[in-house]
Design a protein around this ligand. Structure first.
Ligand SMILES: [Zn+2]
Length: 179
């Protein structure tokens, strides 16, 4: 997908479809790999293996506030998903993601769990905590595989390395025959 920090969700059925402009994709097709790319935002991978529905979502501050993850879950349920498991990958942590106070207030009004402070005591946002709260409110089980991209040299970080940074990818593919 071509990610635009929005909340649109696309349903995909073929690998040769034009690249959708959106921040989440959902499929019921086995063998079709879905990929989300992030610089410091939260990569979310979702699956209901029994129902055969998989998805990925890209959740930054704007995506969290506009509900890209709840919209992804709703699209999965509309495709037949029931028991949804989600995995959160590496992203900037609440201790590092400094934002101006008005931005924190705006985001935390929409998603209170995202309210945070940096390790040096200034306003920040914990997007991972916000997305986790959204997933749990929608009845998903959450596997938190996060690490802080800014603090860990194992991961690419746009905030740490600037425009020349690489990207982390989250990928999900359902094998034919389930799981
Ligand atoms: Zn951090």
């Amino acid at each position: 997908m071509r990610q635009v920090q929005g909340a649109d969700v696309a349903i995909v059925r073929h690998a040769d479809e034009p690249q959708p402009v959106c921040d989440a994709v959902v499929t019921s097709v086995a063998g079709l790999a879905l990929c989300v790319r992030v610089g410091d935002c939260v990569p979310v991978v979702l699956a209901d293996a029994d129902a055969g529905v998989t998805a990925v979502a890209h959740a930054g501050r704007r995506g969290m506030v506009t509900g890209v993850v709840p919209k992804t879950v709703a699209a999965m349920r509309a495709s037949g998903a029931v028991d949804i498991e989600a995995w959160l990958g590496p992203h900037v942590c609440g201790g590092c993601y400094e934002v101006p106070a008005p931005l924190r207030d705006e985001a935390a009004t929409a998603v209170p769990a995202a309210y945070a402070c940096t390790t040096w005591g200034t306003p920040s946002l914990d997007i991972g905590a916000g997305v986790t709260a959204q997933l749990q409110a929608d009845g998903c089980s959450v596997n938190d595989r996060s690490a802080c991209t800014v603090e860990s040299a194992d991961f690419f970080s746009y905030r740490r390395d600037g425009a020349a940074s690489g990207r982390c990818a989250g990928i999900v593919v359902r094998r034919s025959g389930g799981s």
